[in-house]
Design a protein around this ligand. Structure first.
Ligand code: SF4
Ligand code: SF4
Length: 72
C-alpha cells in the first residue's frame, strides 16, 4: 500500500546570522522562548518557533525574516 506523505508548511523566523549583533532583543520578546543567543555571538531559532513575528518587529538590525518552511 502506498503511503501518502503530507507536507505541511509552517512559518518560522530566520536570522541572518552574519548581520546579527547578538543584542538579545528578539529573545526577550519571544513568547515561546524559541530564541537563544548562542555563545553571545548570534541568535538561534529553535523548532518551537511559530512564526508570530514579534522578534522580527523588535530586531534593531532588521535581520529577522518570517518565512514559510516545510514542516516535516
Ligand atoms: S534582535 Fe536582531 S540583532 Fe539582536 S540578537 Fe536578535 S536577531 Fe540579533
Ligand atoms: S517568530 Fe515568534 S515564536 Fe518565532 S522566534 Fe520570533 S517571537 Fe518567537
Amino acid at each position: 500500500m502506498n503511503e501518502t506523505k503530507i507536507m505541511r508548511k509552517k512559518k518560522r523566523a530566520l536570522v541572518d546570522q552574519s548581520l546579527c549583533v547578538a543584542c538579545g532583543c528578539c529573545a526577550k520578546v519571544c513568547p515561546l522562548g524559541a530564541i537563544e543567543i548562542w555563545k553571545g555571538i548570534t541568535a538561534r531559532v529553535s523548532d518551537r518557533c511559530v512564526g508570530c513575528g514579534r522578534c522580527a518587529a523588535e530586531c534593531p538590525a532588521s535581520v529577522i525574516t518570517i518565512r514559510e518552511v516545510e514542516n516535516l
